[in-house]
Design a protein. Structure first.
Length: 240
């Protein structure tokens, strides 16, 4: 009886603020390095990319494409609200801004605007817990989030948050009109032995405005709390 009581208390409904804070704690870090594979599928063809990436806090992130050979050396750098891209084919650095931010990164369903996200959910949204749900057999809390101001990329999110790990296993991302723009699902969640963080090793993004397309991101390796040279987060690194 006591064991059942403790189990019930462990899965008692948390507040919306607790859930958003839990997501933020799992999905942010001081420093991180990763190797990932991105698979971009559309009705015409499938493309695959391998990337190395580095992150420091909320405001600094860098990506280098290492495969396929025709895209190797392409680099992206985000510092705060600014994003640059180096294209080795033309040996030029281009700043990504304005309407370009809504384009898919390397033709994927992940926009440059998605990459620019550098705000904690708890600061960006007002949230309400609307009940329980299940994703891949995992108990989740269903949370509806409404953006606090118009600078937030997605004015509304409906998210299923894993009751144990606080990983957002499924997200529906909406426009201000209420139109569903994207779904974002996460799976193969593992606990990092060094940091204690839960890490989704698979992600699937679907742009609901384009028929028959989706993008999968598969984590091959990820490390937290590693030392990342300052040079990686400088514009000099783009053209090195």
């Amino acid at each position: 009886m006591i064991a059942l009581l403790w189990a019930a208390l462990a899965f008692a409904m948390p507040t919306a603020q607790e859930l958003l804070a839990g997501i933020d704690a799992q999905m942010t870090y001081e420093t991180r390095t990763a190797t990932t594979r991105m698979v971009v599928v559309n009705p015409r063809r499938t493309r695959e990319f391998t990337m190395s990436s580095w992150g420091r806090g909320l405001d600094e992130a860098a990506i280098e494409y290492v495969d396929p050979p025709r895209d190797a050396g392409t680099r992206m750098l985000r510092k705060g609200d600014e994003l640059w891209m180096y294209l080795p084919a033309i040996e030029r650095v281009q700043k990504i801004s304005g309407h370009m931010l809504r384009q898919g990164m390397m033709g994927s369903d992940v926009s440059y605007e998605d990459m620019m996200n550098n705000t904690h959910l708890v600061d960006a949204y007002t949230a309400t817990v609307t009940g329980e749900d299940t994703v891949d057999g995992r108990k989740c809390w269903r949370v509806e989030m409404i953006a606090k101001d118009e600078t937030v990329t997605y004015p509304k999110r409906v998210t299923c948050v894993d009751a144990e790990t606080y990983i957002p296993l499924r997200q529906e991302l909406f426009a201000l009109s209420g139109m569903l723009l994207k779904t974002w699902t996460m799976g193969d969640v593992r606990k990092d032995p060094t940091s204690g963080k839960w890490v989704p090793f698979t992600m699937r993004i679907e742009d609901k405005l384009q028929e028959g397309t989706y993008t999968e991101i598969l984590v091959q390796d990820m490390k937290f709390g590693v030392e990342v040279p300052d040079e990686v987060f400088s514009t000099r690194w783009l053209e090195r």
